[in-house]
Ligand binder design. Structure first.
Ligand code: FES
Length: 230
């Protein structure tokens, strides 16, 4: 983990959110994130997790809420620390990935990009309104109830990545079993939505209860095997 500066090159509107594209020599791998300081304050606990929505050799993009977007503009430098967390395994070539999101799929998009770049395919199932026109047209999209859509699409997927409210994990897991039967443990990964103010395993705020005991999302995650999330 190290500290670096990221330079905002341009902004893009994604519905009500703002996607900022940064040049940086600190680039997280899919599954990892950065801790960013958007203001000059020196309190380390004022950093916020920045999950990439796009990853390139020269930098990354990340989405901001309207409240934070006032702090970001082309030409602005932000201070980042990272990469934080454990990367998810590389997506094999020609793999078909299924992305499952209840509201915002942005943090899953680098996984779709990696699958498509390696000759595979990506399907997104989502239950809430989202500016679908902003997505890579190569991503197949279905909108509707997540357990039902999971049951329909899981059998054809080689890997599944989930970003949704904790209450949906169990119904989605049941749909995966219904569709696919018993799958290997590394078949489906779910992102923890815990707050992660320190990112180094020091504060305990990101503790996640798993079938293997309590884990820290910032060190052991933030993606966990979905079968392990209690
Ligand atoms: S964010 Fe502090 S322990 Fe994980």
């Amino acid at each position: 983990m190290r500290q670096a500066a990221a330079h905002c090159q341009r902004l893009e509107l994604i519905g009500e959110r703002v996607r900022a594209h940064f040049d940086s020599d600190l680039v997280p791998a899919p599954g990892q994130f950065l801790l960013a300081r958007l203001t000059p304050a020196f309190d380390p606990y004022l950093r916020r997790p920045l999950f990439p929505t796009l990853i390139a050799d020269s930098g990354f993009a990340a989405d901001f809420d309207p409240a934070d977007s006032a702090l970001i503009a082309p030409g602005v430098w932000i201070d980042v620390i990272g990469p934080v967390g454990s990367a998810v395994p590389d997506i094999p070539s020609r793999a078909r990935v299924l992305l499952i999101a209840d509201s915002d799929p942005a943090v899953l998009l680098p996984l779709a990009s990696q699958a498509i770049a390696r000759g595979g395919a990506a399907t997104l199932i989502i239950s809430a309104r989202y500016p679908l026109e902003s997505l890579d047209p190569e991503i197949e999209v279905r909108v509707g109830g997540l357990p039902a859509l999971t049951a329909e699409f899981a059998a054809a997927a080689d890997l599944i990545f989930i970003h949704c409210h904790h209450s949906l994990h169990r119904p989605i897991h049941h749909s995966i079993i219904q569709s696919r039967g018993l799958a290997p443990r590394d078949y489906a990964f779910a992102l923890s939505r815990s707050p992660m103010p320190c990112g180094v395993g020091a504060c305990g705020a990101c503790a996640v209860k798993t079938t293997r005991g309590w884990k820290l999302a910032c060190v052991d995650g933030p993606f966990f095997y979905s079968t392990d999330i209690d």
